[in-house]
Design a binder for this molecule. Structure first.
Ligand code: HGY
Ligand code: MN
Ligand code: MN
Length: 439
């Protein structure tokens, strides 16, 4: 007896979760060797499910199932294949592999859908390497700005250079390259990515399956739920520059200690967010230079991530935080710089598509709940060109961005059933009749 679609899906998640840039734990960042291996593996699963697979210049993997006619509309399904550092194996991957399993299941049932489907494995959703998320989905939907291509990673490599290195420059694969090795004018015209994506008018919408990364479904004792809105987020980099010096001979009153200033700011970020819930604000990374125990820290680079369901509240909080960072720098004789690397507004999911998804949830698990997502998702970007809906899957303790992130096979099976049901409901009664006969 062959594996069921759900058993295959769970096995794929395990296998993809082992494709990492690190020997211990799952880390798969933008344009890394592990990304190349995971793209190759997902390509194989997509091809085996009968999809025509291509990879675009930003390393997005797209598997296409043609519709019955060339003018058939297209439904997008997908999520991201990159991960944070020391990640869980479900964040992103679940939303790419579940649609592949669903289409493989419909193929097994010999159901032909009256529309085309594209399953997309987006790159660089997490924004670990370039501190700016959604670069893959922004490129795929034609929203990448020249400034995005000028973003630099910790080694000073720009997105444009990294992409050019990722691809052998083959004809027909026009990618943003620079004339000079360094620099590049911010206004550089972006060489258009191959616009192989369907025109917005021919899109049925985008549905993303994702672990909830929060506590609600566990509290509701439900395997899945639908998303009403996704919080907006601003990310950026702060640099505080003081004066390095001898830890033993420099009196405290004469110091310009960048780390002491950063520490004061980190505490302020936390206390401000606590007072302004549901605002969340995080300093996730902090780099101290020169970083020796007997040297006063001369420079600190720190990240700032600020989110809120309402954009005006997020913007007001950011202004407040940056004003305090400047005041701390002034008080301590530090130089302060701020570079915004990402700024995406909150997005409401499309009511009609979400209602369709909710009907499929009710058909499978007889009850549904609606949640707001504090986490960002590629759906935020895709919403600019297509109606979006999201299906959340329960994850243990709401834990994510952690090796212990876990979604139970039974819940993954429910999500798969819901997606199959959703696809069949988008099809005419003939396909629905097949649903009854082949269960
Ligand atoms: O950061 C986020 O919310 C998502 O995991 N990219
Ligand atoms: Mn994530
Ligand atoms: Mn994610």
């Amino acid at each position: 007896m062959g594996r069921t679609a759900a058993q295959s899906l769970v096995a794929w998640l395990e296998e993809l979760g082992r494709i990492s840039d690190e020997p211990d734990g799952l880390t798969r960042t933008f344009l890394s060797p592990a990304m190349r291996r995971s793209n190759a593996q997902v390509t194989r699963w997509m091809a085996a499910a009968g999809l025509a697979v291509r990879e675009d210049p930003m390393g997005n993997v797209i598997g296409r199932l043609e519709g019955p006619t060339p003018d058939a509309k297209t439904l997008w399904l997908g999520s991201h294949l990159d991960t944070v550092r020391r990640a869980g194996r479900f964040d992103g991957a679940l939303g790419v592999l579940t649609p592949i399993a669903a289409l493989a299941e419909l193929r097994r049932r010999r159901v032909n859908l009256p529309f085309a489907v594209e399953v997309i494995g987006f790159s660089e959703e997490e924004g670990v390497r370039f501190a700016s998320g959604y670069l893959g989905s922004k490129a795929f939907t034609g929203q990448l700005r020249p400034a995005d291509l000028a973003l630099r990673d910790a080694d000073g490599v720009t997105v444009r250079e990294a992409v050019a290195r990722w691809h052998s420059l083959t004809p027909g694969r026009s990618i943003p390259v620079r004339s000079s090795a360094r620099g590049g004018r911010p206004g550089d015209r972006l060489i258009p990515f191959p616009s192989s994506r369907p025109a917005p008018s021919s899109l049925l919408g985008y549905v993303e399956v994702h672990i909830e990364q929060g506590p609600v479904l566990e509290r509701e004792r439900l395997a899945v739920g639908v998303v009403s809105a996704i919080a907006g987020q601003t990310r950026g980099r702060i640099v505080l520059r003081g004066q390095a010096g001898h830890a033993g001979t420099t009196p405290m009153a004469l110091r310009r200690d960048a780390l002491a200033g950063a520490a004061e700011f980190v505490r302020f970020v936390e206390s401000t967010a606590r007072l302004r819930a549901p605002l969340v604000a995080t300093v996730g990374s902090l780099t101290v230079t020169p970083g020796a125990p007997n040297v006063i820290p001369g420079e600190v680079k720190l990240s700032l991530d600020v989110r809120h369901p309402r954009d005006p509240a997020r913007r007001a909080a950011l202004t407040h935080l940056l004003a305090e960072a400047r005041a701390i720098a002034r008080r301590r004789g530090l130089k302060f710089t701020w570079e915004k690397t990402q700024d995406d507004g909150a997005v409401a999911c499309a009511p009609e598509l979400t209602a369709r998804l909710e009907a499929s949830v009710q058909a499978v698990q007889s009850r549904s709940v609606t949640l707001v997502s504090g986490a960002g998702h590629d759906a935020v970007v895709v919403a600019a060109v297509a109606p979006v809906a999201m299906l959340f899957v329960r994850c243990r303790g709401g834990l994510s961005h952690h090796p212990d992130e876990y979604a139970a096979p039974a819940d993954i099976g429910v999500a798969l059933d819901v997606l199959v049901e959703f696809l069949l409901r988008l099809a005419p009664p003939a396909a629905a009749a097949k649903r009854k006969s082949s269960r």
